[in-house]
Design a protein around this ligand. Structure first.
Ligand code: HEC
Ligand code: HEC
Ligand code: HEC
Length: 190
């Protein structure tokens, strides 16, 4: 009888310890995930900012560029033909090689996209500027150095960004003229 009570008590302790361990792992785990920048999508970038004339009309300039159509291009007959010629059986939107250049400029890691991110928006703000979940906060956005600490990417050499995708491994590669191309899509603050 006594032994049974003791056993019951030590089981209770054991359960308590396991429960607390799980809780700690959970809390620290989610905190860690929170700090890892994630992709939030165009709507988040332009909901408060980056669209008016005085801000520099980044939204319009990007919308009117081919970058905003890059995903839809993968759904065309032309894309399906290219994929078949390269020996693929899947749709181009399911082929990592195609998606890489027509979305983020690299492979997508699991869990780095939030629910507001839309692949259909193609090569978008965060494809070039880095995942925005942490630097989009107003308090951080105001300070360029803080933005960089929170995942924003800036470029000493802009062309080095472009040629991640504009290079000869593109099946439809057209020689890339940096000046002309950048003039078509640049969108500085006035
Ligand atoms: C290395 C990056 C890269 C890869 C890989 C890539 N693309 Fe592209 N794609 C581009 C770029 C950049 C353009 C714009 C113009 C060019 O071809 O240089 C483009 C343009 C296109 C176009 C439009 C061409 C036109 O003339 O309007 C189609 C269609 C296309 N890609 C399909 C695909 C398919 C299908 C795949 C996978 C088999 C793929 N791409 C893989 C970068 C890439
Ligand atoms: C193809 C790549 C690309 C895409 C897509 C893109 N940008 Fe940019 N953006 C750049 C580059 C390169 C610069 C130049 C400054 C730099 O090096 O960061 C820039 C500059 C800017 C600036 C001005 C910074 C300044 O100091 O004047 C803002 C704001 C901006 N982008 C916001 C956006 C938003 C919002 C979107 C989406 C609607 C977007 N960008 C889409 C590459 C891109
Ligand atoms: C993440 C990959 C990626 C990056 C980075 C990127 N592009 Fe593109 N770009 C594309 C793809 C894909 C297309 C073709 C989209 C389509 O036609 O559907 C394209 C198309 C274009 C076009 C329209 C086609 C043309 O030749 O007129 C221009 C202009 C352009 N990009 C300029 C730039 C410049 C300038 C940079 C660097 C600041 C850049 N891109 C960076 C993927 C990229």
């Amino acid at each position: 009888m006594n032994i049974k009570v003791k056993m019951k008590n030590s089981y209770k302790k054991l359960f308590l310890i396991i429960f607390l361990s799980i809780l700690i792992v959970f809390i620290y785990g989610s905190k860690f995930q929170f700090q890892e920048p994630k992709y939030v999508g165009v709507t988040k970038c332009v909901s408060a900012c980056h669209k008016t004339e005085s801000q520099g009309k980044q939204l319009d300039i990007w919308k009117n560029s081919q970058h905003s159509k890059a995903w839809k291009t993968l759904e065309t007959e032309q894309s399906k033909k290219i994929a078949i010629e390269k020996g693929y059986k899947e749709n181009p939107t399911e082929i990592i090689e195609c998606v890489k250049c027509h979305l983020l400029g690299r492979e997508i890691k699991p869990d780095e996209l939030t629910s507001t991110f839309e692949k259909e928006e193609g090569v978008q703000c965060e494809s070039c500027h880095g995942p925005g979940s942490e630097y989009m906060k107003m308090s951080i956005m105001k300070d360029k150095n803080k933005c960089i600490e929170h995942g924003m990417i800036v470029y000493d050499n802009i062309e080095s960004l472009c040629i991640i995708c504009h290079n000869e491994s593109s099946p439809t590669y057209k020689p890339f003229e940096f000046e002309t191309s950048w003039n078509k899509i640049k969108h500085y603050k006035p």
